[in-house]
Design a protein around this ligand. Structure first.
Ligand code: GLU
Length: 490
């Protein structure tokens, strides 16, 4: 093995990128880049019952969106290809033959029915389901005859029958396993296709992987993997098993309980910066207090020994918080661009072309951005800016103990006052100053005027302030909406 740093992200193409997969890819990326190494993509599609069309392209696209790119992979090539396991069948056959010749593996002809029965019996006796090694001692001649006769078979790893194996995980140190607890597991299935256990070891060796980074759920495979490296006579790479990611109740993340596909988070309007920051914190923490960092900052500070081993909690409140932080870091022109797709429905509500301009959308977005947890909320939050004809009950206009009659009179005098304000003074601060000064000089109660004004402009109980609304909507529309409110009160 060379001393180069080479990491791989090795997803199975299921059609979407699981959020846990993004975490693995991110740690691969952070380790590779912090050590000045290479990150490559390998598509592990040997286990797929059914190939998902375009799944690899989708993975590459969504990872690039998140900010994770590769130095080698099926889409860009490299010196260690092919990078798609289904295209490496000849290679696996070659190494399978090598192990057969060495007597490290054996063909097993046991039928599916026999294995099922064996599993059921083990279960009934509360024992771990394990292959009883019937075919392990078949003579080479007999095995060859049965193969020639066309009998179906798998290839199993001939594990030592007893003893201990000590394996090393970079985070957990040395781990001892009793070999007798391991199964003579399958390396090549009856259709000739290798299992993950075989293909990943062969590929990690041939592709010169220096560090295997994968989830803790793979830890039980580690002794088998190490024994397979030994069977080949190869040095094993370093192994890093990332801590489990659990939901807030300590359960597995599942589709049923919420989003698990990165694509879903993107559609909801989570920013890649927030997802990356959040995912990095699922198992790692920079040395200082600061929890807000970019992928580039993280690369600078990253050290393998700082990765934790206790389960990380997928706290969606924290993700919302981080997303809000990154939304507020965006400039208004950037936010206009990012929010437009989420405003499509609102834009369809108005016949006023001005409301489709960046100028108007920019005002709306700057009023809302403090409150946004994700971009998709902008649609619902800002509907009232776009509706041409608001629908609301006239009683909404009436402040506390006031009456419809008094409210109508107040709105009429407010209309006349606002009508006289020039375009240059039509902005939030100035409007607020002039209207409050006017109310004060008349000894009028603020609520009796500003509540009906705000209600007339929004048709809602809660909204931005009447002056912010007035600024965004513009004088003509404000006067029109107040006029309609007066009509309602007649
Ligand atoms: N193909 C495996 C998965 O998708 C990858 C495990 C590994 O990285 O070795 O979970």
């Amino acid at each position: 093995m060379s001393d180069k740093i080479r990491l791989r992200f090795a997803p199975s193409p299921t059609g979407f990128l699981h959020i846990g997969g993004l975490r693995t890819a991110l740690f691969d990326y952070l380790i590779a880049k912090s050590l000045g190494g290479v990150l490559f993509l390998r598509i592990e599609d040997t286990d797929q019952k059914r190939e998902v069309e375009g799944a690899a392209d989708k993975l590459i696209e969504i990872l690039a969106w998140a900010g994770i790119t590769f130095d080698e992979g099926p889409h860009i090539g490299g010196n260690f290809g092919p990078y798609i396991q289904s295209q490496r069948q000849d290679i696996y056959q070659k190494y399978n033959k090598e192990l057969l010749a060495k007597g490290e593996v054996y063909p097993c002809f046991c039928t599916e029915e026999r294995l099922t029965q064996m599993r059921a019996e083990a279960e009934a006796m509360k024992k771990p389901p394990r292959y009883d090694r019937t075919c392990r001692d078949l003579s080479a001649d007999e095995a060859a005859k049965r193969i020639a006769a066309g009998e179906k078979y798998v290839i199993r790893h001939k594990l030592p029958l007893a003893g201990e194996i000590i394996v090393h995980d970079e985070l957990r140190g040395d781990l001892k396993f009793n070999i007798a607890d391991l199964d003579d597991y399958v390396l090549i299935k009856s259709d000739g296709v290798p299992t993950y256990q075989f293909a990943s070891v062969v590929d990690d060796h041939l592709m010169e992987t220096s560090h295997v980074v994968r989830g803790e759920e793979w830890l039980p495979s580690l002794p088998k993997n190490i024994l397979l490296y030994k069977s080949f006579g190869w040095d094993a790479p370093k192994f890093i098993h990332l801590p489990l990611v659990l939901d807030k109740n300590g359960g597995k993340l599942s589709k049923r309980k919420g989003d698990v596909a990165v694509e879903d988070f993107r559609a909801k309007g989570f920013l890649p910066e927030a997802l990356i920051n959040f995912n990095a914190l699922l198992g790692w923490h920079p040395a200082g207090e600061n929890e807000i960092f970019s992928i580039t900052d993280a690369i600078k500070e990253f050290k393998i020994e700082d990765i934790g081993t206790s389960p990380a909690i997928f706290n969606t409140d924290k993700l919302d918080y981080l997303n809000g932080v990154y939304i507020r870091k965006k400039s208004i022109p950037e936010l206009i661009e990012l929010c437009r797709p989420y405003l499509a429905e609102n834009l369809a509500l108005t016949s006023n072309d001005f409301k489709k301009t960046d100028e108007f959308i920019g005002k709306v977005v700057s009023l809302e951005r403090e409150r946004l947890k994700n971009l998709s909320e902008i649609g619902e939050h800002t509907k009232l800016f776009f509706v041409d004809n608001l629908e609301y009950d006239k009683n909404l206009l009436v402040w506390k103990k006031s009456t419809p009659e008094a409210t109508k009179v107040n709105l009429e005098s407010l209309f006349d006052f606002l009508d006289k304000i020039g375009d240059n003074d039509w902005q939030t601060k100035k409007l607020e100053e002039s209207v409050t000064a006017w109310l004060k000089s008349n000894n009028s109660s603020v609520g009796d005027y500003l509540w009906p004004m705000r209600a007339a402009l929004t048709g809602e109980k809660a909204s931005p302030s009447p002056f912010e609304m007035a600024d965004a909507l513009g004088k003509a529309e404000v006067l029109d909406k107040i006029k309609k409110a007066i009509e309602k009160l007649k």
